[in-house]
Design a protein around this ligand. Sequence first.
Ligand code: IPE
Ligand code: IPE
Ligand code: MG
Length: 225
Amino acid sequence: MPGHIAVIMDGNGRWAEQRGLPKYKGHEAGMDAMIEIVRHASDIGVKHLTVYAFSTENWKRSMEEVSGIFQLLIVYVNRELGELHRNGVCVDVLGDWTPFSKPVTAALNRTIELTKDNTGLRFHIALNYGSRAEILTAAKKLAETEGFQDIDEAGFAKLLYTGDTPDPDLLIRPGGEQRISNFLLWQTAYSELVFSEVLWPDYTPQELDKAIGAFAARKRRYGGR
Ligand code: IPE
Ligand code: IPE
Ligand code: MG
C-alpha cells in the first residue's frame, strides 16, 4: 500500500464539454469525485493523500472559471467538513495564500484549525500551488538562514510547503495527459507514475484501487539493483 498518494485532478473541463455543460459543472462533479476518493483513501488506510486542485498557472483562465472554482471550494468545505472531521481526517493546504479572498482564507483556516489534531488520513490540498514557486520560496528562505551552506537534501525539503510529509510513493494523473504540470517536482523524484484516460469527474474508488494494484506490481530501485 502506498503511504502517500498524490493526484493531479485533471479533466473537469472536457467532462463538462462532452455533456454540453458549463465548465463549472465539470468542476462541481470533480469535487464530488474528490470527496469519494478522500473517503476511500481514508477507509483503506492511506496515510497521506495530496490533490492538485488549482495551479499557479490556472489564473490564466477566465475570471468566471477561476472564481467558480474557489466558490465551489467554500461550498464543499462547509458541506463536508463535519464528515471529514468525524472520520479523523487532518486537512492542510499547500500553496501561496496571498491572493485568496477573505471567505476562502476563512473557510480554509476553519478547516485546518478544526482538523489539526486528527490522526487519520492526512489530506493535503494543493491550491494556488506551483512547484517552481515552492522551490524558489524555499531557496529564498534558505538564503536568509544562518549556516545555509551546511543544509542537506532533507533539510531543504523541510522548507518546502510539504515540510515533513514523506514523498509521494504513487502519483496518479487521470484525464489523459501524461505530464507533471508543475506539481511536486522535488517530491516526486522517485514516485511511481500511473496515468489514466478516465476524466477526473468519472474517477472512482475502483480506479484508485486499480492504480494501487499497478503500484504494487512495480519494483522500486532508487537507482540501485
Ligand atoms: C482540472 O480540470 C481542474 C483544474 C485545473 C482546476 P481541467 O479544468 O484542467 O479540465 P480539462 O483539462 O480542461 O479537461
Ligand atoms: C493541472 O491541470 C493542474 C490541476 C489539476 C490543478 P492543468 O489542466 O492545469 O494542466 P495542463 O495545462 O494540461 O498542463
Ligand atoms: Mg486540464
